[in-house]
Design a protein around this ligand. Structure first.
Ligand code: KIV
Length: 268
């Protein structure tokens, strides 16, 4: 059993300050939580991607709060030291800050250490309410899967100057509202690097290039279980590894060493 101390928000901030890369994977159950924690993954994200990965749905939109609470409980039981983030599902925070708070409480009481919500601009006041009431928040900008239909599919965000300016403004507002982490999904590597270097909080990238302060992948994607042509920013770490645990350890060491992602292959 590893002797790692529990990963805290303080530790994540320290990693940000010292430039140590943060390794994040999605996780949906106790068995994988045990393996990922032992392999040194810093953060387990109970992502609403489970709607697609585990439930075979076409998007994350139908995932319910009950489902998120159930999987968060499972992950919390298997985990010992990693920081656990639970996604707030579609419809659980859009209506009002009060409702968002009630739903965040449910996820925190299920074992999450932090909740994640998608979008910028309108989400900042909601983030402020949650943070003021003791709920750590991770923001999520760029391609936000709960808006897949509004965004017209899986598209890189922030490509032109106007979109890049808006994204930077939203990121600054979210950090100002108290968000302690930011996930940036499918944005040009140069924009992500710029945000990583200027924001006061750690930026965790997925399809956002090597310049981010950490990397996240969907667990089943990095184990080659995509069931379709993998997205450009995904690498199959099980390919060439002797076990799932070895694949996860390779992900952690490659992220820490800046070997994953490779901007020439995985970035936009
Ligand atoms: O739900 C999820 O898995 C996520 C990642 C894509 C960051 O939000």
């Amino acid at each position: 059993m590893s002797s790692r101390k529990p990963v805290t928000l303080h530790r994540l901030r320290e990693m940000h300050a010292t430039g140590e890369k943060i390794a994040v994977l999605t996780c949906y159950d106790a068995a994988f939580a045990r393996v990922l924690d032992e392999a040194g993954v810093d953060v387990l994200l109970v992502g609403d991607s489970l709607g697609m990965v585990l439930q075979g749905r076409p998007s994350t939109l139908p995932v319910s709060l009950d489902t998120m609470a159930y999987h968060t409980e499972c992950v919390a039981r298997g985990n010992r030291t990693a920081w656990v983030i639970a996604d707030m599902p579609f419809g659980s925070y859009q209506e009002s800050a009060e409702l968002a708070m009630r739903h965040a409480v449910r996820l925190m009481q299920s074992g999450a250490h932090m909740v994640k919500l998608e979008g910028g601009g309108w989400t900042a006041p909601i983030v402020r309410v949650l943070v003021d009431r003791g709920v750590p928040v991770c923001a999520h900008l760029g391609f936000t899967p709960q808006s897949v239909y509004a965004l017209g599919g899986y598209r890189v965000q922030g490509r032109d100057e106007g979109a890049s300016r808006v994204l930077k403004q939203h990121a600054a507002e979210l950090a100002g509202a108290g968000a302690a982490l930011l996930v940036l999904e499918m944005v040009p590597a140069a924009l992500a690097r710029d945000l990583t270097n200027t924001l006061p909080i750690p930026v965790i990238g997925i399809g956002a290039g090597a310049g981010c302060g950490g990397q996240v992948l969907v667990l089943h994607d990095m184990l080659g279980l995509t069931g379709s042509e993998p997205l450009r920013f995904v690498r199959d770490f099980l390919d060439g590894s002797s076990s799932i645990e070895a694949a996860v350890r390779k992900f952690v060491t490659d992220v820490r060493a800046g070997r994953f992602p490779d901007d020439a292959i995985h970035s936009f």
